[in-house]
Write a protein that binds this ligand. Structure first.
Ligand code: NDP
Length: 449
């Protein structure tokens, strides 16, 4: 098992002490610090000036009340968050999550990961993340709109095209971004298209942004498979989740010749050995906001729905966890390895527990960490910002070509960095080190900030 270098241990202990109870944040920091021992051995100056301590401390954390009125006229209260983690490379950039599980530790883990992910894209964007413990499930459109307007009534003070540029995440898609952009515009009296990304095309969105995270994950994993002489062609693929990331991962994997045989939502999973009908999943989840169980009801015969249970029990060649954090455990990893999995690509943020990552790496399974494999979403958000800044709109093909190039670069940077630091094929090491070095260089150049 990898351990944190003894020089970095006091930093980790300090993070654990000062952020008590924030388990996901602890997990994310520990994972990065485990990779940094080799960096400070090679470049000791990174251990100076409390650089690593500063990187582990968000620049700013905003927590606010979000009051709103439901359809029955009752006043409801949620908690809003925006953690502006690091702006050394550019304005804070990162999504907004609406899910009942959201708390400050989850937003901090996501903001911390985002900082390195954004650095890996090579684009001028810092790291941030936000959200609320609001559950959009079973809420009417009018309730969602009132909630988004109230959320933005506070958030607008802290964001801006050159300050902080939020986007979507779990529970926040095109509809929510539209309501938030509308309220921002109204409060500021500015048509500042570059303040949010993930917008619809007709008011400043980018083509291929909706598809970008899933497509990008498929591009990354295909390139990783190719290093071993494989491809998606004919491979059985299991994708967890059936939201934005999962849907477009499935679409691109199928286009690459893979056979997606299972996907899920938080209630259960469906298996269709003839190949998941991607258009039907898209219609159920995006069109009707329904449950994945409906897939089996509509398909009948060869499709089956399993309520609860673990989607990782389904044997596959490639696993792409694309729902939420810590959804693939050590126990799941053992089952996947026993069933012959050859590659795992994280579409979600930190979906694989540290124990499971270790099992995969020890078993020689190719493993693509989320901060590299799912960076296509934020990279395309940066392309959306470019289009907004130049009042331009690119074609789908042009945007996807840029995305593919960025994903291949990220892959190659991670692979080269892992090799340089002594463990070829360790994409976790490669992603952490390459992301860290870019942020550290910028921070070092900017003085003690
Ligand atoms: P969506 O809300 O569109 O979809 C989330 C999916 O995951 C749904 O199928 C949902 O099921 C399922 N899910 C959510 N929480 C749980 C849970 N606790 N247990 C089991 N299933 C769950 O979100 P996205 O697709 O946008 O995000 C998925 C992951 O990808 C997240 O980790 C996010 O941070 C990450 N990500 C997203 C990016 C983006 O561009 N959207 C960019 C980079 C990373 P149900 O419908 O039942 O809730």
């Amino acid at each position: 098992m990898v351990n944190v270098d003894e020089k970095l241990e006091p930093i980790l202990n300090d993070v654990l002490r000062r952020n008590a109870g924030e388990h996901e944040f602890h997990q994310a920091v520990r994972e990065v610090l485990e990779s940094l021992g080799r960096v400070i051995a090679k470049r000791p100056r990174y251990a100076n000036n409390a650089l690593i301590e500063r990187i582990c401390e968000p620049e700013r954390q905003i927590i606010f009340r979000v009051p709103w009125v439901n359809d029955r006229g009752q006043v409801r209260i949620n908690r809003g968050f925006r953690v502006q983690f690091n702006s050394a490379l550019g304005p804070y950039k990162g999504g907004i999550r609406f899910h009942p599980s959201v708390n400050v530790g989850i937003i901090k883990f996501l903001g911390f990961e985002q900082t390195f992910k954004n650095a890996l894209t090579g684009m001028p964007i810092g790291g941030g993340k936000g959200g609320s413990d609001f559950s959009p499930r079973d809420r009417s459109d009018a309730e969602i709109m009132r909630f988004c307007q109230s959320f933005m009534t506070e958030l607008h003070r802290h964001i801006g095209e050159y300050v902080d540029v939020p986007a979507g995440d779990i529970g926040v898609g095109g509809r929510e971004i539209g309501y938030m952009f509308g309220q921002y515009k109204r409060l500021t009296n500015r048509y500042e298209a570059g303040v949010l990304t993930g917008k619809a095309l007709f008011y400043g969105g980018s083509r291929a942004r909706k598809e970008a995270t899933g497509y990008g994950a498929a591009y990354f994993v295909r390139r990783m498979l190719q290093t071993k002489g494989h491809d998606f062609d004919g491979k059985k693929v299991v994708v967890s989740g059936s939201g934005n990331v999962a849907i477009y991962t499935m679409e691109k994997v199928i286009e690459f010749g893979g056979k997606v045989i299972a996907c899920s939502d938080s209630n259960g999973y469906v298996v269709d050995e003839t190949g998941i009908d991607f258009a039907l999943v898209k219609d159920i989840k995006e069109g009707r906001r329904g449950r994945i169980s409906e897939y089996a009801k509509i398909k009948g015969g060869h499709a089956r729905y399993v309520e609860g249970g673990s989607i990782w029990d389904v044997p596959c060649d490639v696993a792409m966890p694309s729902a939420t954090q810590n959804e693939l455990t050590g126990k799941d990893a053992k089952i996947l390895i026993k069933n012959g999995v050859m590659a795992v690509g994280e579409g979600a943020n930190m979906p694989t527990t540290p124990e499971a990552v270790r099992f995969f790496q020890e078993a020689g399974v190719l493993f693509a960490p989320g901060k590299a494999a799912n960076a296509g979403g934020v990279a395309t958000s940066a392309l959306e910002m470019q289009q907004n800044a130049s009042r331009d709109s690119w074609t789908f093909e042009q945007t996807e070509a840029r995305l593919a190039e960025i994903m291949h670069n990220i892959h190659d940077t991670c692979a080269a960095t892992a090799e340089e630091y002594g463990t070829p094929g360790d994409y976790v090491l490669g992603a952490n080190v390459a992301g860290f070095v870019r942020v550290a260089e910028a921070m070092d150049a900017l003085g003690v900030i």
